[in-house]
Design a binder for this molecule. Structure first.
Ligand SMILES: Nc1ncnc2c1ncn2[C@@H]1O[C@H](COP(=O)(O)OP(=O)(O)O)[C@@H](O)[C@H]1O
Ligand SMILES: [Mg+2]
Length: 228
């Protein structure tokens, strides 16, 4: 069995909205293993983003446990948690989240700069990833000079630059037309496979299902089924 990268154990998340509790996740058990491509599907509001945020140490469960690389996050201090977020987990968002005043190269290199790596090293790794997402020669472009598909490729390069063990992508094609979305998905799958990174995509779209190695479905915060 491949190595376990992250795990939820009876993880629940309740939000309070105007005093009324909203059960976004209702006790989910899920393990993610090295090398797999897991698609988390389900309608809007079913808890997909909440599940991804827990898996990436971006949020904490109201009940249950989250383990990343075998470590229970509840036992870690803020410094250890931010190190995990910075170095072990990559995130790709629907709306790219690139910094508008920074070039594609600077955006892609940012995770290593935040780790305190020298610019030369950060630049070399970012250029390598930009080339692998098909954007060699676009490093000096600002996000506004790029198409949506190109911006998402920069975001993918940025997510992989620190060599994470887990890549979490929340509706990564939700803001792209279907042909470009398909290309971005294939790139996500290929690059994570080459780098040995576990990939978890949350989506209400159907396209990722064919490429995924495993699929789970959320319904009202519960894992409702798992199809082969
Ligand atoms: N920060 C929040 N505060 C209050 N309610 C939230 C918050 N985030 C999510 N929710 C609610 O939790 C449920 C699950 O949301 P989410 O995980 O975003 O689902 P999905 O990604 O599948 O659309 C929804 O009912 C949503 O409105
Ligand atoms: Mg969502």
């Amino acid at each position: 069995m491949a190595q376990e990268v992250a795990r939820l154990e009876k993880a629940a998340k309740t939000y309070l909205r105007g005093g009324a509790p909203i059960r976004a996740l209702a006790g989910v058990d899920l393990a993610v293993h090295a090398g797999e491509f897991l698609a988390v599907t389900g309608p809007s509001g079913s808890g997909k983003s909440t599940l991804l945020h827990l898996l990436g140490a971006m949020d904490t469960p109201s009940e249950g446990r989250v383990l990343i690389g075998g470590r229970d996050l509840a036992g870690l201090d803020d410094a250890a948690l931010s190190r995990i977020r910075r170095e072990e987990v990559g995130f790709v968002y629907q709306f790219f989240h690139l910094l508008p005043t920074m070039t594609a190269l600077e955006n892609a290199a940012l995770p290593l700069i935040l780790q305190g790596k020298p610019w030369g090293e950060a630049r070399a790794r970012a250029l390598e990833l930009l080339a692998r997402v098909g954007l060699a020669g676009r490093g000096e472009h600002l996000p506004r000079e790029l198409s949506g598909g190109e911006m998402q490729r920069v975001a993918l390069a940025r997510a992989l630059v620190p060599r994470p063990r887990l890549l979490l992508a929340d509706e990564p094609t939700g803001n792209l037309d279907s042909r470009i979305g398909r290309e971005v998905l294939e790139l996500l799958a290929a690059l994570t496979r080459e780098e040995g990174v576990a990939l978890v995509i949350a989506t209400h779209a159907q396209e990722p299902l064919a490429l995924a190695s495993r699929r789970v479905r959320l319904l009202d915060g519960r894992l409702a089924e798992e199809t082969a």
